[in-house]
Design a protein around this ligand. Structure first.
Ligand SMILES: [Zn+2]
Length: 275
């Protein structure tokens, strides 16, 4: 459907098409895909089972040791930084700079894992918060919309035919990296980069299912594009019914997302009140 046809639905049938349609640039939103790896807390323990570790037994707290980031749909922007190659401060500061440029961040369980870990490191380095960004957490999207036997990235990506994660030797790889083993770091980089590639592929599969996706329209001051992908290719299909009235519903012919107008096309003047 043409952009002007959508406009006519939103604004009413009498809106004439302008002689030279004023079409702004294609809506843009810079989305940073990221995945971090951490080293665990290090502590003295008296046993191996059901330990209750006191703070005076803690030798070294958990720390981010490396990350991979890439701008969504921007080839050649994959970036790997680590304590080993860059030093801890430079690695953390570079992530701060990237987040500062991002409109949104794409991750897997990042709301609970990656972002709080990064925020702790920013605070410890004396950095203020980067400019606010929206978060697209693919684990939350998978949990909300589907029932897979496992919600892990390795399982879900394989089930969708996207290929699996890079196999590695488990915790030994972390131990070797912490000891400065170059081969282990190379393995870590490949493993970390693969996760970001998987995240990008998984995002494209899940896109129309992701609820509360940051709105391309709102970010670009456009009220006639798909909120999830910015496409103008919207097809009117049915209506959304809220207690306040009827709203035109659209399906995006590019990504498949459903959306609706915020303008009422039919209304009721009476709504219930809580008793
Ligand atoms: Zn779309």
């Amino acid at each position: 459907m043409t952009r002007w046809a959508v406009r006519r639905i939103l604004d009413g049938c009498d809106v004439p098409a302008p002689e030279e349609p004023d079409v702004p640039d294609a809506p843009a939103m810079r989305v940073l895909i990221l995945d971090i790896e951490t080293r665990p807390n290090l502590a003295y323990v008296w046993g191996l089972w059901e330990q209750n570790v006191g703070l005076n037994q803690l030798v070294q707290q958990v720390q981010v040791i490396c990350w991979v980031a890439k701008w969504l749909d921007e080839p050649g922007t994959t970036e790997f930084r680590s304590v080993h190659h860059d030093g801890h401060g430079a690695m953390v500061r570079r992530m701060w700079e990237l987040l500062n440029e991002a409109d949104a961040v794409l991750h897997f369980n990042g709301k609970r894992f990656d972002i709080p870990h990064l925020n702790r490191e920013f605070l410890e380095l004396g950095l203020n918060p980067p400019s606010p960004y929206k978060q697209i957490d693919l684990l939350a999207a998978v949990k909300r919309a589907f029932s897979f036997p496992s919600n892990k990235l390795a399982y879900v990506s394989k089930a969708l035919g996207l290929g699996g994660k890079v196999q590695h030797e488990g915790f030994d790889m972390w131990l070797k990296c912490m000891a400065g083993d170059e081969k282990a770091w190379e393995q870590m980089r490949v493993y970390n980069e693969r996760d970001v590639t998987l995240l990008e592929d998984l995002y494209h599969r899940l896109k129309p299912w992701i609820r509360s996706h940051p709105s391309f329209g709102a970010m670009n001051d456009r009220d006639d594009v798909c909120p999830g992908c910015g496409s103008e290719n919207l097809k009117p299909q049915g209506h959304a019914f809220l207690n306040t009235g009827r709203y035109q519903r659209f399906r995006c012919e590019d990504c498949g997302r459903w959306s609706r107008s915020t303008k009422r096309s039919g209304k009721t003047n009476i709504v219930e009140v809580a008793a």
